[in-house]
Design a protein around this ligand. Structure first.
Ligand SMILES: NC(=O)c1ccc[n+]([C@@H]2O[C@H](COP(=O)([O-])OP(=O)(O)OC[C@H]3O[C@@H](n4cnc5c(N)ncnc54)[C@H](OP(=O)(O)O)[C@@H]3O)[C@@H](O)[C@H]2O)c1
Length: 263
């Protein structure tokens, strides 16, 4: 009797997966048996390195560039991943533009860039995943359900007047999560994961980052591994859709007058 065909690993596209939080998420999912496709915009060396690190857990060789300000490039992305791997089962939208503006420097130009990258692209990728899964279901694949995880930010629940365009774009993505969860059910679940202060930036010293990270009811905000574990949970739990997991040590319960990077 022939041996049963080995089951194909599930494939996940992690946007912004080359470095920082996206890289930790990519590695955690590879460790959990996901075949990871890494999206990057400019960090090609890091993307290649991340894919190699993921491949140590679950075979993969896929890294894909796309600038999310370019709608055509976003629309082409998921079909490129499907062409490479044969199928895609999930998308983790971690790529994000994060440039400062306040109400004194607000402009349509920066708002539009943030909305394109942080809200428009995740919506198009969710819709593309739905279309792909519908086509596979029509071709006879049974019990097919995909998942989109959108990286949000605890600051939506604890707002301050810094990073206006970024915050508006993440608010739009949070609202899109609710609408997409309704529109794409039952084929695709849509879940938000909202980290607290997790990684430092060039705007903070290590010492200041440590102090701010400790400012939460639990005495620590999120680590990249905490966030990656929540993403993995969201991908695996077939009952969750249209909601957000706040992974932030409770920072959203506190009041901060400024963005962490300006405190
Ligand atoms: N880090 C934190 O403490 C924190 C806190 C709260 C929420 N979050 C959320 O968690 C996610 C990951 O955070 P992070 O700090 O790792 O993000 P990040 O370093 O600010 O950005 C991640 C990646 O996004 C990609 N990117 C930016 N603009 C893009 C565009 N127009 N088109 C395509 N890709 C673009 C970049 O890829 P390339 O390098 O390839 O150009 C970048 O490496 C984000 O959604 C963020 O909002 C993070």
């Amino acid at each position: 009797m022939p041996a049963p065909a080995a089951s194909h690993p599930r494939t996940v596209l992690v946007t912004g997966g080359a470095r920082r939080l996206g890289r930790t998420i990519a590695l955690a999912l590879a460790q959990a048996g996901w075949q990871v496709a890494v999206h990057y915009r400019s960090s090609i060396d890091e993307a290649i390195e991340t894919v190699a690190a993921c491949a140590a857990f679950t075979p993969t060789d896929g890294y894909f560039d796309a600038d999310f300000e370019n709608e055509a490039a976003v629309r082409a992305l998921l079909p490129r991943v499907v062409a490479h791997f044969g199928s895609v089962d999930a998308v983790v939208n971690s790529a994000s533009m994060f440039e400062h503006d306040g109400f004194d420097s607000f402009s349509y130009a920066l708002l539009e860039q943030h909305l394109r990258s942080n809200a428009g692209a995740p919506v198009i990728l969710a819709q593309a995943l739905h279309e792909h899964l519908q086509a596979r279901a029509a071709a006879g694949e049974a019990e097919l359900q995909g998942c989109v995880v959108n990286l949000l930010d605890q600051k939506l629940w604890n707002q301050n007047p810094d990073f206006v365009s970024y915050t508006l774009s993440k608010a739009a993505l949070e609202a899109a999560g609710t609408m997409l969860a309704l529109a794409l059910a039952p084929r695709v679940r849509v879940v938000g994961v909202a980290p607290g202060l997790t990684l430092t930036s060039h705007m903070l010293s290590d010492e200041r980052f440590g102090q701010l990270h400790a400012m939460s009811p639990l005495g620590r905000s999120s680590t990249p591994e905490d966030v990656a574990a929540a993403v993995r949970f969201a991908l695996d739990n077939r009952s969750i859709t249209g909601t957000t997991l706040l992974v932030d040590g409770g920072q959203h319960l506190m009041r901060f007058e400024r963005d962490f990077s300006l405190m």
